[in-house]
Structure formats: C-alpha cells, structure tokens
Design a protein around this ligand. Structure first.
Ligand SMILES: [Mg+2]
Length: 127
C-alpha cells in the first residue's frame, strides 16, 4: 500500500519543499494552501497522514483538525507550529493530533516523525 500524505500550509514554499521531500521517500503527496481545500481532499482522496499548519488564514489548523477527525477519525495528524506554542500543542493533542513538528521545518525531524509513522501504517496494512 502506498501511504498518502496530505500537506496543509498557507505558505506555498513549504508545501512544495515538503512535497518533493516526501515524494522522494515513496509517499503519494497531496497539498492544500488552506483548510477548506484540505477537507475536500480528505473526503475525496482519503489520505493516511496529514501534516497540518496551525497558523493559516481562514479556518486555522485547530479547526481543520476538529473537522478532519469527524470526517476521517483514523487520519493521523501531525501539527506544524511556527513557534513552540505549548498551549496550541496541548489543545491539538487533546483533539486527537498524533504529534507535532516546529517551523522552520528540519528535514531530519520531518523524516523521523512522518516517515516512521508511514512505515508503521504500511506494516499494519500488510498484516
Ligand atoms: Mg502558516
């Protein structure tokens, strides 16, 4: 099974950079620059993992997290925060987020957080 990753960030550079990084690692990648588009992709393409920016114009990452969990409870969500924002991180975890990474994105951190989760999901699907 190819793991599908949805990247949601209102900065186009972040989406492009993370997309090519994860495509090189064998994931099928979708991107959205806003929450509304992300929810459409979740319904249509059924991603397994979402990398979700907290700070976005329009509906923010916390609202997207809530709606995404209603639409697709099994979706694994990793929040992306611009700073160490402990309040938001705690809130996101209470709402079902799996983990978080901080900006600026560090490739090693992305790789260990997202790719190890993708490996786990892939292994589960093979059982
Ligand atoms: Mg942002």
């Amino acid at each position: 099974m190819q793991i599908k990753l949805l990247i949601v960030d209102d900065e186009v550079d972040v989406c492009d950079y993370a997309k090519s990084f994860f495509e090189e690692r064998g994931l099928k990648v979708f991107t959205s620059l806003n929450g509304e588009g992300a929810l459409e992709i979740i319904k249509r393409d059924k991603p397994h993992i979402m990398l979700l920016d907290v700070k976005m114009k329009g509906i923010d990452g916390i609202e997207v997290l809530k709606k995404a969990k209603e639409i697709r409870p099994e979706l694994e969500i990793i929040m992306v925060t611009a700073v160490e924002d402990e309040g938001k991180i705690a809130e996101a975890k209470n709402l079902g987020a799996r983990d978080y990474v901080t900006k600026p994105l560090v490739l090693d951190e992305l790789e260990s957080t997202v790719c190890s989760l993708a490996d786990q999901l892939g292994a589960k699907s093979r059982k």
